[in-house]
Design a binder for this molecule. Structure first.
Ligand code: MG
Length: 267
């Protein structure tokens, strides 16, 4: 009998000890862990909240912090290659390329950015390949995202719409065709050069949605987008104009806005 009660006592004591250990382990606050690559802890209430900005009425409209480059009313944000007033014209709320007027470029200069731009190739389908509805969006005046009527219009893959000209074909051809508005949403990170040399310590990268579809996925740009020539980097400033190409076709552009991406994101 005594032996039985002793066993019970031991069992109770062991149970209490186990419970105590369990409770204390639960009650003991866990050490806070820092987020990888951040000075803040996981779920840190002191981490500054993101800035609140007003979105556009629809996803294609500029949010309140965007720089509007063309809203359908005037081309004052643009000039020609010699910084003179552009001869491109406004038609039906769009700016239209005038043959031999030259390319247009923004007066303001940009580096890394988010760019929304809409374009339309002519209803009157003329020419073939690179001669049909050709223009281009040049980031930093240097890196061309091809604009082309690529609907039933075969050409070399690295020269069709949404290609990085001469470098990288788009993942898919999602062209709508002539006389239909199309859009590019571009995320571009500028290259960082080693000093003032042509060597890059960080190549430029680009992501493009064409008509809402991913066509370039954080792709590393190989340098200047030349014609019939292998690409290479050439040193340039940290900010340069955005350029729209005059390739002799009456391409129209509308609803153009850009948001600068902060160069260094500190946490
Ligand atoms: Mg072009």
């Amino acid at each position: 009998m005594q032996e039985k009660s002793t066993r019970m006592c031991i069992a109770v004591v062991v149970g209490v000890v186990i419970c105590t250990i369990g409770i204390s382990a639960e009650d003991k606050p866990k050490p806070r862990e820092k987020k990888v690559g951040s000075k803040y802890f996981v779920h840190d209430e002191t981490e500054p909240k993101p800035e609140i900005i007003a979105a556009g009425k629809t996803d294609d409209q500029p949010p309140c912090d965007a720089v509007v480059l063309f809203d359908g009313t005037d081309v004052s944000a643009w000039c020609d290659g010699k910084r003179n007033a552009t001869k491109w014209v406004i038609k039906d709320g769009a700016m239209e390329c005038v043959k031999k007027a030259g390319s247009v470029r923004t007066k303001q200069e940009f580096g890394s950015c988010q760019l929304h731009i809409e374009w339309r190739t002519p209803k009157d389908v003329k020419g073939s390949g690179q001669s049909r509805g050709n223009s281009g969006v040049f980031l930093m005046n240097t890196y061309e995202v091809q604009v082309l009527d690529s609907y039933n219009n075969p050409t070399y893959a690295d020269g069709q719409a949404a290609s990085i000209y001469g470098q990288k074909k788009p993942l898919v051809n999602v062209s709508r065709g002539p006389d239909k508005w199309q859009s590019y949403d571009i995320v571009f990170h500028r290259p960082i050069f080693k000093g003032k040399t042509n060597e890059v310590v960080r190549p430029a990268t680009i992501t493009i949605f064409h008509n809402g579809v991913l066509v370039q996925d954080h792709w590393e740009i190989k340098g200047v987008t030349w014609h019939k020539k292998q690409s290479a980097y050439r040193y340039h400033a940290d900010k340069m104009p955005i350029q729209l190409q005059d390739h002799g076709n009456p391409i129209r552009y509308r609803n153009i806005w850009v948001r600068e991406i902060p160069e260094i994101i500190t946490e």
